[in-house]
Design a protein around this ligand. Structure first.
Ligand code: ADP
Length: 164
């Protein structure tokens, strides 16, 4: 049986916190699907295609650890997991503040599909505070985002912000 995990998010754009979680998740599954949500619930800086392309570029080096597939999806995450044949949903926990939201989401997902387990992973403390929203805010104000994103993502963010 292929152990398949779905790691869902908006990935607008992918950052070092996400990549830390992905690096851990590939040790647990044979196939990891990075599910890039069409609907981010907020206006995205990058298009779906850009978010997917960035995710592909930044995870290419992990392909000898597990099969990695980047997949765009709309609608309920649990439905995406089911149609992809994923047995696991992978979520990253940052701070205590994530807990309540994740607790609710997981409880409801358990009722929507009892066969899909949610697995929580914690990033290295260095990466725990990174959030796409803050990275975008910092770059828009001319701050240095080097510690938070890989070089390729930094270049794309700076280009969007009109910086060289
Ligand atoms: P962001 O909040 O940075 O926009 P997403 O909404 O794309 O991220 O989150 C996708 C998943 O990644 C969620 O499970 C979220 O908790 C997790 N995640 C995001 N940032 C981090 C981080 N710095 N450390 C660990 N997990 C994270």
């Amino acid at each position: 049986m292929t152990r398949t995990g779905l790691y869902p998010g908006s990935f607008d754009p992918i950052h070092n916190g996400h990549l830390d979680i992905i690096g851990r998740a590939v040790k647990l599954v044979d196939k990891l699907v990075i599910g890039v949500a069409v609907d981010t619930g907020k206006s995205a800086l990058f298009t779906l295609e850009e978010r997917m392309e960035i995710a592909r570029e930044e995870t290419a080096h992990l392909k000898d650890q597990a099969e990695i597939v980047v997949h765009g999806y709309a609608g309920l995450t649990i439905n995406a997991a089911r149609s992809l044949g994923a047995q696991f949903l992978v979520r990253g926990l940052r701070a205590f503040s994530d807990f309540e939201h994740e607790f609710q989401l997981t409880s409801m997902n358990q009722q929507l599909d009892r066969d899909i387990e949610t697995v929580f992973l914690m990033a290295d403390p260095h990466h725990q505070a990174v959030a796409s929203r803050l990275v975008k805010e910092i770059v828009s104000m001319g701050g240095d985002i080097t510690p938070f994103v890989p070089e390729g993502v930094k270049r794309r963010l700076m280009a969007k912000a009109g910086q060289r």
